[in-house]
Design a protein around this ligand. Structure first.
Ligand SMILES: NC(=O)c1ccc[n+]([C@@H]2O[C@H](COP(=O)([O-])OP(=O)(O)OC[C@H]3O[C@@H](n4cnc5c(N)ncnc54)[C@H](OP(=O)(O)O)[C@@H]3O)[C@@H](O)[C@H]2O)c1
Length: 284
């Protein structure tokens, strides 16, 4: 049995699909009782557990040999993941595949890298087997802007430099391999897409695919942070987000990792293909 936390999210949802396609027994976890039936309809077990509820987390892990652990970017995410790691240990789980972020390490200089590193170190100390899945920016984030791209013909660039965007489905596929294959214990998988693209590049692809002129408009740090807070993000998390974005103009988010092709034996998905697949979201 494999327990998948965050099973309705960007990486957890495609992970459940990939694991089921591989024939694995899956228990999908949501914090929202209203989502249980939809998860069960995929053909897996589905249970509710909140990251704040240790007893429910332990029940969600009972009988599982491996788990996928992801939380949303949240100020409490270190505590939430610590709760889940403790529950996994108590339930006799052997191997945790932990989703963190590219560059997370004790040497990380940005807040997200430090936060994720704390959890990675905690998992190492737990005595459980571990695999770290460390993605860069998800292509799926572009969907946050689908309305303004479609309505105003504007792509707001809050990064200001090239980024090697990854499709969350590739993160899920690598995690699925780590959860079902052999030899992934003790591995740290940095994950990017196959090419680094600027905001101008993305606007050009959006223009080509939608057949409309989409303009790239740089977003200031203040406006970017304000937009995230207005969308419900906690102040400290929004601050960490703009701090992370601030390294893009220096080229630090442009490096390409070959992990997707190394682990899966096929190339990572391209941003252009993601935009083609989601074309309807970017046109009115
Ligand atoms: N987005 C990016 O570009 C990016 C880049 C690098 C790293 N990351 C990292 O990736 C992680 C986010 O991954 P993701 O996008 O796959 O996650 P996600 O979609 O943001 O969230 C996963 C799921 O967590 C569940 N959840 C929320 N609150 C919960 C709670 N209190 N208890 C239990 N479950 C709860 C939600 O499902 P229910 O509503 O069904 O409970 C949600 O679907 C973060 O750690 C972030 O730092 C993101």
């Amino acid at each position: 049995m494999i327990t998948v936390f965050g099973a309705t999210g960007n990486t957890g949802s495609p992970l459940v699909d990939t694991l089921l396609a591989k024939g694995a027994a899956v228990r999908a976890v949501t914090s929202d009782p209203a989502k249980v039936e939809n998860l069960k309809a995929k053909g897996c077990e589905a249970v509710t557990a909140n990251f704040t509820d240790p007893a429910a987390l332990e029940r969600a892990c009972a009988g599982a040999e491996r788990i996928y652990l992801v939380t949303p970017a949240h100020l409490d995410m270190r505590r939430w993941k610590a709760n889940a790691i403790e529950a996994a240990k108590a339930a006799g789980v052997r191997h945790v595949v932990l989703a963190t972020g590219l560059g997370a390490s004790p040497k990380a200089k940005v807040t997200f890298g430090k936060w994720h590193s704390e959890t990675q170190e905690l998992l190492k100390e737990s005595g459980l087997d571990w695999t770290f899945v460390q993605p860069t920016y998800f292509m799926q984030n572009l969907l946050w802007q689908a309305d303004t791209i479609a309505r105003d013909g504007v792509y707001y660039d809050d990064l200001g430099g090239p980024v090697a965007w990854i499709d969350a489905r590739d993160i899920a596929d690598v995690a699925a391999e780590a959860l079902t294959g052999a030899g992934h214990e003790g591995k740290t998988y940095g994950l990017t897409g196959p090419e680094a693209l600027t905001g101008e590049d993305i606007a050009a692809i959006l223009s080509e695919v939608t057949g409309r002129a989409i303009t790239c408009v740089p977003l200031s740090v203040e406006d970017s942070k304000a937009a995230m807070i207005a969308a419900g993000m906690q102040q400290e998390v929004a601050a960490a987000m703009v701090e992370l974005a601030s390294i893009a103009p220096k080229g630090y988010l442009a490096g390409i990792e070959t992990t997707v092709s190394d682990v899966l034996g096929r190339p990572a998905r391209r941003l252009r293909d993601f935009i083609v697949e989601n074309r309807d979201a970017f046109v009115q």
